[in-house]
Design a protein. Structure first.
Length: 91
């Protein structure tokens, strides 16, 4: 059991959104977070810090309240969809 927790914490530490879509990044993140025992505020902060820069940059312009991890996931997903649609339209 201890090895599972340590492994999940290590994998969460090195998990970055990178080129993953928000749903993929969120699924990977939530799978690992369930095993860590971290507090929800710490998980929210970690999730935010490991988002792609283009999403982080746009989050500061949102007028929507972001307190919980779930709120952050919803708003970041909306931004990711918009950004990907814009890139698709440009191409």
């Amino acid at each position: 059991m201890v090895n599972r927790v340590v492994n999940a914490k290590e994998r969460l530490y090195v998990l970055w959104q990178g080129s993953f879509t928000m749903p993929k990044y969120t699924d990977l993140f939530k799978e690992l977070m369930a095993c860590t025992g971290y507090l929800s505020a710490n998980l929210r902060d970690h999730f935010y810090e490991h988002l792609s820069g283009h999403i982080e940059d746009k989050l500061i312009y949102t007028m929507r309240l972001i307190i919980t991890l779930n709120q952050l996931v919803i708003i970041a997903t909306d931004i990711d969809i918009c950004v990907r649609q814009c890139h698709t339209e440009k191409d």
